[in-house]
Design a protein around this ligand. Structure first.
Ligand SMILES: Cc1cc2nc3c(=O)[nH]c(=O)nc-3n(C[C@H](O)[C@H](O)[C@H](O)COP(=O)(O)OP(=O)(O)OC[C@H]3O[C@@H](n4cnc5c(N)ncnc54)[C@H](O)[C@@H]3O)c2cc1C
Length: 439
């Protein structure tokens, strides 16, 4: 590669900085690309894609490494972590970000203008990877998917050209769900919403009250307004001093709440009354602090996970959830159930499946990859998926974690008609599979 054309850096195996560049948040999908381009501009991405095409190297993209599913072994990896520019247009209520921007930077840039992005539980997740996966955020029931609020994408396609694509174009449709199969997005423009504060946090319930908390949350959230987005997590906490004392060594239920209203305390009263809480972090807060609602771990680790969207959550399903992810589960599993509905059932359907209006919940499973290995985790998670199968409507792309083949991902998350259209567009825009295949 003519490195004089690059403003960024190039790394090859064995060189200083190579391992650091390749290692992302997800440690269970290790990669050994033949070459890594640490891009700083869209022109760097153009140079890298043209080089890869000339040398018949497959191209992979990585921003933060939160959502890695397939290794980039032997190919050219474009690392976008240096491309972190954020511009907010407070009048138009839009933001334009470069490819490596994390949600935290957008929260900080938009907040002073009384605006917020459709970000998710973690401020560390990458804006582009999240949005190209659909993007299920803290205000999802009020505003719908992040992918449905994109105004324009700058993308380098397989022919090495930098293009701007907007609603109405095939590529625009394909990228939001086709993720890294159609090109490298170098910048994205999207809507912000007029939100400064929210009522948010979590209620934590003890092991003996798991079943009560699950049932109370199911009933309570059924009547929730669209201004409330909520999930329930079941987590087995290790007994470690870094964790909050009331949670150490316990298998707890965490009810997560993000509510855009003033009467939060009265709204959650039935949940607080359902059982004693171990910890209660609910309070009014600036939206910039929304990462504290779920309080997810911020240290890189290896994890494997999947999910299934379901049309209901009946008692038999709750029993299956407790059996497969509660105390005594065959493999320690973090289980998260999100209530869908609201605007999610009304906004246009992007590819990236499971986002269908029949889905009422998504049930996600995630396990840390340790001595057990991925095969054992997969078997344990599929037992729960099998138990939920009669009510399953699909699978959401953002919550497919860890090593999966491109075919497994595409075939499990896209409904047949979307998959056919994605494959047809793939043949047109990337016939040589420079980017990840669509199955
Ligand atoms: C702790 C945690 C919390 C999360 N919370 C939420 C949540 O609340 N809501 C939600 O919807 N999802 C959530 N996710 C899932 C997350 O949205 C996906 O994992 C997403 O793909 C991460 O994108 P990334 O850029 O950070 O990660 P990366 O692993 O760097 O990228 C993920 C995928 O996107 C592709 N990609 C990245 N940048 C580009 C680009 N410029 N052009 C083309 N393709 C690109 C990559 O090739 C890869 O396939 C969470 C994940 C974690 C680990």
């Amino acid at each position: 590669m003519d490195v004089t054309q690059l403003t960024g850096e190039v790394f090859q195996p064995g060189q200083d900085g190579y391992d650091e560049e390749v290692t992302g948040f997800q440690l269970a999908v290790p990669s050994k690309p033949a070459v890594v381009v640490g891009a700083t501009t869209a022109e760097d991405v153009v140079t890298a894609v043209r080089f890869a095409a000339a040398h018949d190297l497959p191209v992979a993209v990585q921003a933060t490494g939160h959502g890695l599913t397939t290794s980039a072994d032997g190919g050219l990896l474009i690392s976008t972590r240096r491309m972190t520019g954020v511009e907010v247009d407070a009048v138009a209520r839009t933001a334009r970000v470069e490819a490596g921007t994390r949600w935290g930077a957008v929260l900080e840039a938009a907040g002073p203008h009384g605006l917020a992005p459709l970000s998710g539980s973690s401020p560390d997740v990458g804006v582009v990877g999240y949005t190209l996966s659909g993007g299920f955020g803290l205000m999802a029931r009020r505003y719908g998917r992040a992918a449905d609020h994109v105004r324009a994408l700058d993308v380098v396609t397989a022919d090495g050209e930098l293009r701007r694509v907007e609603p109405g174009s095939d590529l625009f449709w394909a990228l939001r769900g086709g993720r890294d199969s159609f090109g490298v997005v170098t910048a994205m423009e999207f809507d912000l919403v007029p939100v400064t504060d929210l009522y948010g946090g979590s209620l934590y319930f003890d092991t003996a009250d798991l079943s009560t908390a699950l049932r109370a949350w199911r009933t309570w959230s059924a009547a929730a307004p669209d201004t409330l987005t909520t999930s329930l997590a079941m987590i087995e906490y290790p007994d470690l001093p870094v964790l909050p004392e009331p949670l150490r060594g316990k298998h707890i239920a965490q009810i997560r709440i993000a509510y855009l209203g003033e009467d939060g305390d009265s709204l959650v009263a039935p949940l607080r009354a359902a059982a004693p809480t171990l910890m209660d972090t609910l309070k009014p807060m600036p939206f910039t602090e929304s990462g504290s609602i779920a309080a997810e771990p911020r240290q890189p680790h290896g994890y494997h996970g999947t999910n299934t969207t379901v049309s209901q959550l009946n008692d038999a399903m709750l029993d299956a959830v407790l059996e497969h992810a509660g105390p005594g589960a065959p493999v320690p599993t973090v289980l998260i159930i999100d209530r869908l509905g609201g605007a999610l059932a009304r906004t246009p359907e992007t590819p990236g499946a499971g986002w269908d209006s029949a889905a009422e919940f998504v049930v996600r499973t995630l396990s840390v990859v340790g001595d057990d290995g991925v095969a054992v985790i997969r078997r344990a998670h599929s037992k729960l998926s099998d138990a939920l199968a009669p009510w399953t409507t699909g699978r959401l792309l953002p919550f497919v974690y860890g090593e999966h083949t491109a075919a497994e991902v595409a075939e499990s998350v896209h409904p047949a008609t979307d998959l056919r259209r994605l494959r047809e567009l793939k043949r047109r825009h990337d016939p040589g599979n420079t980017f990840r295949p669509v199955g």
